[in-house]
Design a binder for this molecule. Structure first.
Ligand code: NAD
Length: 239
């Protein structure tokens, strides 16, 4: 029970990595709020409370965090996991597609961190976990807007870590490699094969392998860890 007495809010919880995080955190004793813009394909575990939260909406963020605090009196851990991916190269990227990516994958993290800090600072305690990507640190051709957003999340995490270190709030980013989820299942098979082929372990990661990393960052075991990048990628970035 590594998360006893902790209240956790996870975004993008209905699917893939976010779903695995909610299940594992609940097993570890946390009070879990699972938020998304859709319902999960399979029910959440008993005790997990579902919330509607479009991470691109400022008003929705305030309402969600207020609900969590009204129900439990606290927010100990925020996992900014919700995200979309797109593969347009720079020269084919329209302004609407760009704005949509930035709204969800970057502004969503900004709004979430701001709301979390609002309620964590008075308690002088909290852990914020932002899901970036290997493509927040290294490049693949195309996917310009995704790189922009995930790179920003990496650096926003470090800025918030330094800004709020005196408030007892830790902020870290997680950088998954290729993980088998509905997001990657929907991609072209040749693209997926190429990414797995470029991964030293020569296999896709599983959502639970990211969830275990998030568990460490959420728990008090990581009490001396802030501003770090936890890379979980089968060796991809070591090359
Ligand atoms: P997924 O598509 O399975 O799950 C993402 C969830 O985010 C979905 O349930 C979706 O409904 C939700 N979502 C989308 N837009 C939203 C919005 N505006 N507000 C709230 N929720 C919204 O994807 P996943 O693979 O589990 O990805 C989770 C995170 O991990 C994403 O941030 C993704 O960029 C990141 N990531 C994934 C991989 C991978 O290989 N799967 C690799 C690196 C990083």
């Amino acid at each position: 029970m590594r998360l006893n007495n902790k209240t956790v809010l996870v975004t993008g919880a209905a699917s893939g990595i976010g779903y695995a995080i909610t299940q594992l955190f609940a097993e570890q004793g946390a009070t879990v709020f699972a938020s998304d813009v859709k319902a999960p394909a399979q029910p959440y575990a008993d005790g997990i409370q579902a919330l509607d939260l479009d991470v691109a909406s400022e008003a929705a963020w305030k309402a969600a965090v207020d609900t969590v605090v009204a129900k439990t009196g606290r927010l100990d851990v925020l996992v900014n996991n919700a995200g979309i991916i797109a593969y347009e190269p720079l020269h084919e990227l329209g302004i609407e597609a760009w704005n949509r990516m930035i709204a969800i994958d970057q502004t969503g993290v900004f709004l979430g961190m701001r709301e979390a800090v609002r309620v964590m600072r008075p308690r002088r305690s909290g852990s914020i976990i932002n899901i970036s990507s290997i493509w927040g640190s290294a490049a693949v051709a195309g996917a310009h807007s995704y790189h922009a957003a995930k790179g920003a999340v990496r650096n926003m995490s470090k800025n918030a870590a330094i800004t709020y270190v005196g408030d007892g709030i830790r902020v870290n980013s997680v950088h998954p490699g290729f993980i088998a989820t509905p997001l990657t299942d929907a991609q072209a098979p040749d693209l997926n094969e190429a990414t797995v082929g470029a991964t030293p372990m020569k296999r896709a990661g599983q959502p639970i392998e990211i969830a275990y990393g998030a568990l460490y960052l959420a728990s008090d075991e990581s009490s001396y860890v802030t501003g770090t990048e936890l890379v979980i990628d089968g060796g991809y970035l070591a090359q």
